[in-house]
Design a protein around this ligand. Structure first.
Ligand SMILES: N[C@@H](CCC(=O)N[C@@H](CS)C(=O)NCC(=O)O)C(=O)O
Length: 210
């Protein structure tokens, strides 16, 4: 008997949106076929199914398409949600995700690529990104271990890859900031087997026998 086909995930290893989708799929225990995409040379299959041609995209065996990372997360949790991430994803959690995706992400990009936005110094771009998300996050995590409260939830996983990127722009500066709870929140998740698993380097395409 042949195994049923797996959902196909178009992904890019370092893309924060793709990372959050892979985290949710991993947490839910949903097996997918992973298609690592070169963003500069997107495969025709992706261009055909996704008008925006962004990653991640999840193509279900029945043909249904999930074109945004959050939709993929929600779909994964609907399949299996062993620690009730969804049950603890309240209005507050939704606001964190919205704040991350709408306010913080553009500022994060300016901080990362500050030389492309010379009207402000990198430190000024960083200060804007701090105000938009990092400071309030640090504040909240100083009195609760997770954004979802006593245990992790969807918002924790959804924000993690973006906060990771922020920390990686100037790692020494980040580590030197008086934000121990946020630093711990980040490091705990980066060290988790789940994160390590979803960041494993995809194996290169098999080369034909010589
Ligand atoms: N709203 C989308 C955004 C995804 C997105 O912007 N992904 C980036 C990579 S991190 C992308 O594919 N950009 C297209 C490109 O670089 O050509 C989602 O949540 O999945």
């Amino acid at each position: 008997m042949t195994a049923p086909p797996l959902p196909l995930l178009f992904s890019f290893r370092r893309c924060p949106y793709a990372i959050r989708a892979r985290l949710a799929l991993h947490y839910a225990g949903v097996a997918v076929a992973l298609r690592e995409v070169a963003l500069r040379n997107k495969p025709a299959e992706l261009l055909t199914i996704s008008p925006a041609a962004t990653v991640p995209v999840l193509q279900l065996p029945g043909g249904q398409l999930l074109l945004h990372s959050l939709d993929i997360m929600l779909w994964a949790l609907a399949q299996h949600d062993p620690q009730d991430w969804l049950g603890r994803h309240d209005r507050q959690g939704e606001r964190w995700v919205q704040r991350n995706d709408e306010d913080f992400k553009p500022l994060l990009d300016r901080y990362k690529y500050a030389q492309r936005h010379p009207m402000l110094s990198q430190a000024a771009h960083r200060a804007q990104a701090m105000d938009a998300l990092i400071e309030p996050l640090a504040q909240t995590l100083s009195h609760q271990p997770w954004l979802a409260g006593a245990r992790p939830g969807l918002a924790d996983a959804a924000l993690l890859p973006f906060v990771r990127q922020f920390a990686l722009v100037q790692p020494e500066w980040f580590q030197a900031q008086p934000m121990p709870a946020l630093q711990r929140w980040l490091q705990t998740q980066l060290d988790s087997p789940a994160f390590v698993a979803v960041m494993a380097k995809p194996s290169p395409p098999e080369s034909p026998p010589a």
